[in-house]
Ligand binder design. Structure first.
Ligand code: COA
Length: 388
């Protein structure tokens, strides 16, 4: 296996983009990444595109072919372009597939892209599309939506570990604060605990401000063998580990519904591959699709012991100036969650952090970063560890 570096990154502004098409936003992110890497289109050998549900959000399947066509790579260079899907972890998986491709020596320069256009259909339809990432027969057909399933996790975590309603709100306050520093975030408004506690109830105990929003957006990163990375950039960021794990698709089949074993296993594999401990992580972008998901992620990634996630947020450990800053981009909550793009954007964001290019949301002196991308309620997890 060869060492792999990231030589270019790009992501669009996240939000409601009714005036722009799926292909427009994907090409914008791709061009930003190519320009950032300073490469020519003809140097690209292959492309992976993370996309959860183009077929239902915009009635377009075969999206890898569409993107290859509109980027000019299909007609001019005929490169292989492959869509990968693992619900909300599609983007993380696209990065992992690109990594495996370069590490194996099959290809040299590979693009990992992610894109989703979710706002062209209404909220009710979107909730149904997202529910297709759960166990449709056992969960979806019983009326369980994603906010509903994560509400079960939240209730159990609160019951078992004493996590409070305010702890959940603190996650949202932190991520909105971080999002206010990110020009590409969907929400740039700072909020208070009261904003969260007084917002409309979605699925008890989760309120509007506990939920990630419905988002349009795209992201791209460009991978190259580490030995040639310096030819393209003075600041390559190295992929020290790429790991993936699975769990039961239905929440009720889990050993413990307040633990995402896919995260536990993926992160353990990643720490082993990178030769680091959780406490070595300087900055992390984790999958906070709901506030409870970030608290559970702290625990399952080993940032604290099981049940202590609430304490971590309460004590400010995961704030931008804390010991383990989490979601400086604003996370899924405030930056937004275009499901197929999120995992790629997390990697792009950590690359910016490790290069020192993250502007007002920069974490001082970050050298090792982690990304954590989850599909469904935790049936898939993808963890990457990056270093300067
Ligand atoms: N957080 C904060 N504000 C939000 C928000 C969110 N998640 N979602 C919408 N808003 C705001 C909008 O900006 C709008 O504000 P305005 O009136 O000032 O313009 C207002 O709330 C109403 O927006 P609307 O789009 O009508 O909200 P909605 O009720 O249709 O959708 C949710 C709200 C929570 C149901 C929706 O965002 C949702 O389903 N989120 C979860 C997505 C999900 O499950 N993702 C997969 C995770 S695994």
């Amino acid at each position: 296996m060869r060492d792999v570096a990231i030589i270019g990154v790009g992501y669009t502004k996240f939000g409601e983009m009714w005036g722009r098409s799926f292909r427009d936003i994907m090409i914008e992110a791709g061009l930003e990444a190519i320009t950032d890497a300073g490469i020519e289109g003809r140097e690209i050998d292959a492309m992976y595109v993370g996309n959860m549900s183009g077929g239902r959000f915009i009635a377009q399947e075969h999206v890898s072919a569409l993107i290859a066509d509109y980027s000019g790579f299909a007609r001019d260079f005929h490169i292989p372009a492959t869509r990968v899907e693992a619900a909300c972890a599609s983007g993380g998986l696209a990065v992992r597939e690109a990594y495996i491709n370069v590490a194996s020596g099959l290809h040299d320069i590979v693009v990992a892209a992610g894109v989703e256009k979710m706002t062209d259909i209404g909220t009710e339809m979107t909730a149904d599309v997202l529910a297709s990432a759960s166990d449709r027969e056992w969960e979806g057909f019983s009326g369980a939506t994603f906010p509903g399933l994560y509400a079960l996790i939240a209730n159990y975590h609160m019951h078992r570990y004493g996590t409070t309603r305010e702890d959940l709100a603190e996650v949202s306050v932190k991520n909105h604060n971080n999002g206010s520093l990110n020009p590409k975030a969907q929400f740039r408004n700072r909020i208070s605990i009261e904003t969260v506690l007084n917002s409309p109830l979605v699925a008890d105990p989760l309120r509007l401000y506990d939920c990630s929003p419905i988002t349009d957006g795209a992201a791209a990163v460009i991978l190259a063998p580490a030995e040639v990375a310096k030819k393209y950039t003075d600041t390559p960021v190295y992929i020290k580990a790429s790991a993936q794990a699975s769990d039961t698709i239905a929440l009720h089949d889990r050993r413990d519904i307040a633990t995402l074993d896919a995260t536990v296993f993926a992160s353990k594999r990643a720490y082993k591959q990178a030769g680091i401990k959780p406490t070595d992580v300087d900055v992390a972008e984790v999958h906070d699709c709901f506030t409870i998901a970030e608290i559970v992620a702290y625990e399952d990634l080993g940032f604290c012991r099981k049940g202590e996630g609430g304490m971590l947020i309460r004590e400010g450990v995961t704030a931008i100036d804390g010991d383990i800053p989490v979601n400086p981009s604003g996370g899924l909550k405030a930056c937004g969650h275009p499901v197929g793009a999120t995992g790629v954007k997390q990697v792009a964001e950590v690359v910016l952090q490790l290069r020192g290019d993250a502007g007002k949301r920069q974490v001082d002196g970050a050298e090792i970063g982690l990304t954590h991308n989850v599909g469904g309620t935790g049936a898939t997890a993808v963890v990457h560890i990056l270093s300067r």
